[in-house]
Design a protein around this ligand. Structure first.
Ligand code: ADP
Ligand code: MG
Length: 619
C-alpha cells in the first residue's frame, strides 16, 4: 500500500490558515489598523487602490519595530502581545494571535517600512508569498507603513471570489468607520483611488460621531451611560423614527474592539420592542467595558466574536440599560411643517422622569406626567405647561389641569365614558383648558414648547395594552359582571382557541364558562370594555388574535394584550369630554412608553413653538 497521508508543505499550510484571517481586502485593512492601534499610533492613514485589490497601505506613527522584530513579525505565531496562557485569559490588545502579518504575506506582495523612535534608520522589508525578497536599511518616519499589493495573486480562486469593487470598498469603509468611532483620539485619513473619503481630526467621541454621521443623524441620538458591577455601557441610541431597514448601522464595541455579537445586538433590539415597525432596525453605538478575564475573544481567527462568561447577565444588563435610556428621553417625533423634513429635538418638555421607569404606573397616584417649569406655574390656570403627578409639592399648583389628588387618575377612561353614556348626559365641559378634540379623533394640547397632538385611539391602545400586560404579571383583572350572561356560539376553531386561551382571557378580565358544543357563556367582561361593546368584544379579540398570529406574533400574552387593546380602545370618531381627554393624557403619560403604540405607530407628535413662529414670520 502506498501512503495516503502527507504533512502539508509550510507554504500550503500557510495559505490555508491565511484563508481564515484574510478573506477579503477589508480583512487586511482591519488587521493592519488593529496593529497600528496596538502600536499606540495617534495618526493612521488607510490608502486603497481598486477597492484594495490592487493596493492597501496603512501608515501609522506608532512605536515601530526594530530590524529583528520586523523580520520576525511575518513569521506565524509571532507576537509581542502575549507571552503565556495567563495572558491569553486577559487580552487587552486588539491582536494576540500572531498570525495576521504571516497570513497577509502568504497571499500577497508586502512591503514594510518601520522605524522605532530610538533608531536613526528604519528597516525595509519586501516579502512575497512568505519569502523575504529584500531586507535593507531605509530612511523613514517613526512608525510603520505596510503596503499590501495584489492580494490573492497566488490564490486565483480566492481572487475570483471577491465581490464587486463597490462591495469590497464598502467593506473597507465599514472597517475604517468602526475603528474611527472606537478611537476618536486617533487622527484618521482614508483615501480611495486618490480621493480622500475621510479626514478626521482628533476629537471627543461626540464630535467624531457628528463628523461621521452628520448633524441630522447626530441630533436624533440619545446619549446613554451606565456603570454597573459586571460591565459598564455607554453610547448613543437612535430614536425610533430614525430606524433603518437593515442592521448595518449597529455598532457594538467591547473593550475597544468592534464585535459582532448576536447577544448584545438582540438585547439592544429587544429594548426597542414595540417602538419600531416590523422590518426596521434601530441605529445604535454601544461601548461595553468588561473585565477582560470575563470574556473570551479567542473564538474565531477574526477576533470579532466573543464569548461572555455570564451571557444571560450581559443580555439583561444591556436590555434594561437601553430600555431605561429610551424611556427617560423624549422620543416624540416633532414636526417641522415641511414635507419630508421631520426633525427631532432634544428639548425636555416631555421627558419622563427616571423614577417613572420602575414605578408601576397604572393607578397613577405617583405617575409622572410632563413637567412644568416653575416660571410657567402662574399660567397654569390658562393651561400652559404640563402635569407632573409625582413631585412632592402642592400638586394642584403644578398641573396643567389642576385637580384634587386622585380625582381623575383612579378612574379609567372607559369607566368615565360608560358613566356618561349611562347617564345620557355630557359631563360638563371644563372651560378654559388648553385641550381640544378635533374631528373626534385627535387631541390637541398646549405644552411648554409648543403644541402636542395625540391620536386618541392609539393612546388608549397603549394604556390598555400595558394594563393587560400588568394583569398578566399580577393577575389582578378588573371584571365587570354582566347582569345577563351572554351565551355565545362560536365557530369550532374559535371555541378551541378560547379553550386554549381561557386562563389568559380570565387574566385580561373575561369571566367565561365553556359549555361544550362550541358554546361559551360570558359572565363578565374586562372593566375597560365600553358599554354597547359587550356582545362583540370576545369575538373581536379572537379575530384580532388570529390575524396577529398569522402575522407571526407568537407570544400568547403579548398577542392577547395587543388584540384586546386594539379592540377595546376608544376609536376615531368617539367624542370625548374635556375631563375624559385629561384622563386619557394623564394615563398615557403614566405608561412606560407613551410615544408609540404597541404596533409601532406614533401616539404623539409635537409642533414646536419656534416652528410656528417661523411659519408666521415671527423670527
Ligand atoms: P498580533 O497583532 O496578533 O501580535 P500580527 O501578525 O498582526 O500579530 O503582528 C505581529 C507583531 O508585529 C505584533 O505583535 C507587533 O509586535 C508587530 N507589529 C505588527 N504591526 C505593527 C505596527 N504597525 N507597529 C508596530 N509593531 C507592529
Ligand atoms: Mg495583529
Amino acid at each position: 500500500m502506498t501512503r495516503k497521508i502527507n504533512i502539508l508543505s509550510p507554504d500550503l499550510a500557510n495559505k490555508i490558515a491565511a484563508g481564515e484571517v484574510v478573506q477579503r481586502p477589508a480583512s487586511v485593512v482591519k488587521e493592519l489598523v488593529e496593529n497600528s492601534i496596538d502600536a499606540g499610533a495617534t495618526k493612521i492613514s488607510v490608502i486603497v487602490k481598486d477597492a484594495g485589490k490592487a493596493l492597501i497601505q496603512v501608515i501609522d506613527n506608532g512605536e515601530g519595530m526594530s530590524e529583528e522584530d520586523a523580520a520576525m513579525a511575518f513569521r506565524r505565531h509571532a507576537t509581542s502581545k502575549i507571552h503565556s496562557v495567563a495572558d491569553l485569559e486577559q487580552i487587552c490588545s486588539l491582536g494576540f494571535r500572531g498570525e495576521a502579518l504571516a497570513s497577509i504575506a502568504a497571499v500577497s506582495q508586502v512591503e514594510m517600512k518601520t522605524r522605532q523612535a530610538s533608531d536613526d534608520v528604519g528597516t525595509l522589508l519586501r516579502i512575497e508569498g512568505d519569502e523575504i525578497k529584500e531586507r535593507s536599511k531605509t530612511a523613514c518616519e517613526q512608525g510603520t507603513s505596510i503596503v499590501v499589493k495584489n492580494i490573492f495573486f497566488n490564490t486565483p480562486a480566492r481572487r475570483n471570489f471577491l465581490k464587486t469593487r463597490q462591495t469590497e470598498l464598502k467593506n473597507i469603509t465599514d472597517v475604517v468607520v468602526r475603528y474611527a468611532i472606537a478611537y476618536p483620539a486617533i487622527e484618521w485619513k482614508y483615501v480611495s483611488d486618490d480621493e480622500v473619503l475621510l479626514d478626521l481630526k482628533k476629537k471627543q467621541l461626540e464630535d467624531r460621531i457628528l463628523d461621521l454621521f452628520g448633524k441630522k443623524q447626530f441630533e436624533s441620538l440619545i446619549e446613554m451611560k451606565e456603570e454597573l458591577e459586571i460591565l459598564s455601557i455607554s453610547g448613543f441610541l437612535g430614536k425610533p423614527d430614525f430606524a433603518r431597514k437593515g442592521r448595518a448601522e449597529q455598532y457594538v464595541f467591547l473593550n475597544g474592539r468592534f464585535i459582532f455579537s448576536k447577544l448584545v445586538n438582540h438585547a439592544a433590539f429587544q429594548a426597542y420592542e414595540h417602538l419600531l415597525q416590523t422590518g426596521s432596525y434601530p441605529f445604535f453605538i454601544l461601548f461595553l467595558t468588561i473585565d477582560p478575564k470575563k470574556i473570551d475573544v479567542n473564538v474565531h481567527p477574526s477576533k470579532q466574536e466573543v464569548k461572555f462568561e455570564n451571557e444571560s447577565n450581559v443580555y439583561q444588563v444591556v436590555l434594561s440599560a437601553v430600555r431605561r435610556a429610551l424611556a427617560t428621553h423624549d422620543i416624540i417625533p416633532s414636526v417641522t411643517l415641511q414635507e419630508g423634513t421631520a426633525t427631532q429635538s432634544f428639548d425636555d418638555t416631555l421627558r419622563l422622569s427616571p423614577q417613572a421607569w420602575n414605578a408601576n404606573q397604572f393607578q397613577s397616584a405617583t405617575a409622572p406626567i410632563f413637567t412644568i417649569p416653575k416660571e410657567d406655574r402662574n399660567s397654569v390656570q390658562r393651561g400652559a405647561g404640563g402635569t407632573i403627578i409625582g413631585i412632592e409639592e402642592d400638586q394642584s399648583q403644578n398641573t396643567l389641569f389642576p385637580r384634587k389628588h386622585g380625582e381623575y387618575s383612579a378612574q379609567s377612561l372607559t369607566a368615565s365614558i360608560n358613566q356618561r353614556l349611562l347617564a345620557h348626559t355630557e359631563t360638563e365641559e371644563q372651560e378654559g383648558r388648553a385641550i381640544w378634540q378635533i374631528h373626534n379623533k385627535y387631541i390637541i394640547s398646549q405644552i411648554k414648547s409648543g403644541i402636542m397632538i395625540v391620536d386618541q385611539h392609539v393612546a388608549h391602545e397603549r394604556i390598555l395594552y400595558e394594563r393587560v400586560l400588568n394583569n398578566f404579571q399580577n393577575s389582578l383583572p378588573a371584571t365587570q359582571q354582566l347582569l345577563f350572561p351572554e351565551t355565545i356560539e362560536l365557530h369550532p376553531s374559535d371555541y378551541s382557541l378560547v379553550k386554549e386561551l381561557q386562563q389568559y382571557l380570565e387574566q385580561v378580565g373575561f369571566a367565561l364558562k365553556l359549555f361544550g358544543k362550541n358554546t361559551v357563556v360570558l359572565e363578565g367582561i374586562p372593566a375597560d370594555v365600553r358599554i354597547g361593546n359587550e356582545r362583540k368584544i370576545l369575538q373581536d379579540v379572537l379575530d384580532e388574535y388570529k390575524v396577529n398570529e398569522h402575522g407571526g406574533l407568537l407570544d400568547i400574552r403579548d398577542n392577547l394584550a395587543k388584540s384586546f387593546a386594539c379592540k377595546a380602545a376608544i376609536k376615531a370618531g368617539d367624542k370625548l369630554t374635556t375631563s375624559e381627554m385629561i384622563i386619557l393624557i394623564d394615563q398615557l403619560f403614566a405608561t412606560k412608553m407613551p410615544f408609540v403604540c404597541p404596533h409601532g405607530r406614533p401616539i404623539i407628535i409635537k409642533i414646536p413653538l419656534e416652528e410656528l413662529d417661523k411659519r408666521f414670520g415671527r423670527t
